[in-house]
Write a protein that binds this ligand. Structure first.
Ligand SMILES: *Cc1c(COP(=O)(O)O)cnc(C)c1O
Length: 430
């Protein structure tokens, strides 16, 4: 598959190049040249397919011929070595748990897939790359874990000092080997700005191949289609109108769901659930796209003022506002509403949700008010213990720590503190 730049000022390129470069030379996001729907029989027969078989069929057209089929089968199988259960809360609402991977957030899926693709492309030691990534919390851990020990890949993670949870910080600062953590005196926006400056810095880029592992990278973004299909498999015999409520920040996850829909997955509608960083909620109301600086919330992975994947969403719906509106609703919720939702979910269903999942739950409720016949699945994008302070304070009960979390506690944190872009540059060149 070839990819074009959504800025339309750069030549089309291969999957391999799109992954290694991250962003097109004109700074546009890459988008596949074509999307061929899977045959109807694939979805009719989905009960008989394993997760790996479903994922293989879904991603094949986007990575061939550069990744041969036998290699792809292995990559997919290794990526998906954990469960993706749908938990039914009642007849209208379920949750898709995306936190059973090694760092307990959905980003494990994309990070593990992308790491294996880069590893394959570097089999002959000809494509050494440095993955440079800014994180508001979960990306860093997933990327650190997914890329640990991958030959020919160095990983540099920038995170805002004091603004990620303790567990998130442990996950990205304690692994060592090819993973380096830089603790930035500043906000997530500052981290992201430094990364962007680095990508534009010719003195750097002529010295090393830099790529990103955010959802702008097609190898991070596209595998996120998989679990929408896994959820469909678990629900389609019981419910007709399946709607996904996706807690959204950079909109990579919901945009991947839309790609699954383009492949023919019978999804009735999407709900993009936002915290107060609600540029898309406002856009769907006013048709005015007005990014703003991000505001800090308790669902910090969604504190994004200018979602990078929105441009891909517009491309999927051919830049037609009406067709976007037909397929997507969006709602925005405050931290107080989110806390109340965590408590309501706990009291009503005896289920512990994290703040992001709780925003997804609120989006489901809002949608169901107007569409009572739908079955809404909200994505539980991270395990509640990754946000232990908030969750325990709200439900007033201690939470047991899962094995994945316990295993990073008490390890030695190794990070370097930086304040300015020059510090990052010096680090990369040094
Ligand atoms: C990254 C993240 C999100 C937002 O996902 P996008 O793809 O950026 O929209 C939501 N919840 C959690 C827990 C995350 O880590």
């Amino acid at each position: 598959m070839n990819y074009y730049s959504l800025n339309k000022q750069a030549p089309n390129t291969t999957f391999k190049n799109a992954v290694i470069k991250g962003l097109a030379p004109d700074k546009g996001l890459y988008f596949p040249e074509s999307i061929t729907p899977l045959p109807k029989s694939f979805f009719e027969n989905i009960d008989n397919l394993s997760n790996s078989e479903i994922a293989f069929e879904a991603i094949k057209q986007f990575v061939s011929p550069e990744i041969p089929e036998d290699v792809l089968k292995t990559i997919v199988k290794e990526t998906l070595s954990f469960d993706f259960p749908v938990v039914k809360l009642d007849d209208s609402i379920s949750t898709l748990e995306l936190f059973h991977g090694p760092t307990m957030a959905f980003k494990d899926v994309g990070a593990r897939f992308m790491a294996r693709c880069l590893g394959y492309f570097n089999t002959n030691n000809t494509n050494e790359v440095t993955v440079l990534v800014a994180t508001s919390g979960d990306t860093g851990g997933a990327v650190a874990n997914g890329f640990l020990g991958v030959k020919g890949v160095n990983v540099v993670i920038l995170y805002p000092s004091g603004k990620v949870s303790d567990i998130q910080e442990m996950q990205l600062t304690t692994l060592g080997q090819n993973i380096k953590a830089l603790e930035v005196n500043g906000t997530f926006d500052d981290c992201q700005a430094m990364v962007k400056t680095a990508f534009l810095d010719e003195e750097l880029t002529s010295n090393m191949q830099l790529t990103s592992a955010n959802s702008i990278n097609v190898a991070r973004w596209l595998p996120q289609m998989f679990y929408f299909m896994f959820a469909y498999k678990q629900l389609h015999n019981t419910y007709d109108d399946i709607v996904f409520s996706v807690p959204s920040g950079n909109f990579g996850n919901v945009c991947a769901g839309m790609m699954a829909q383009q492949l023919g997955l019978p999804i009735k509608h999407f709900v993009a659930s936002n915290n107060v960083n609600n540029v898309v909620t406002r856009y769907l109301k006013s048709q005015l796209y007005e990014p703003k600086p991000s505001i800090q919330t308790i669902s910090n992975a969604m504190d994004v003022g200018a979602p990078s994947n929105f441009i891909r969403i517009q491309e999927i719906y051919k830049n037609k506002f009406e067709s976007l509106k037909e397929n997507v609703s969006s709602y925005s919720f405050t931290d107080d509403e989110t806390r109340a939702a965590i408590l309501e979910i706990y009291n009503t269903y005896n289920y512990v949700a994290d703040p992001h999942g709780a925003v997804g739950y609120l989006g489901s409720k809002a949608y169901l008010k107007e569409n009572p016949k739908a079955h809404c699945v909200f994505l539980e994008t991270a395990h509640p213990t990754k946000f232990l302070d908030v969750v325990e304070e709200v439900i007033k009960e201690k939470q047991p720590l899962p094995e994945q979390i316990q295993s990073v506690m008490g390890r030695e944190k190794v990070s370097e503190v930086i304040s300015r872009y020059e510090d990052l540059k010096g680090f990369l060149l040094g």
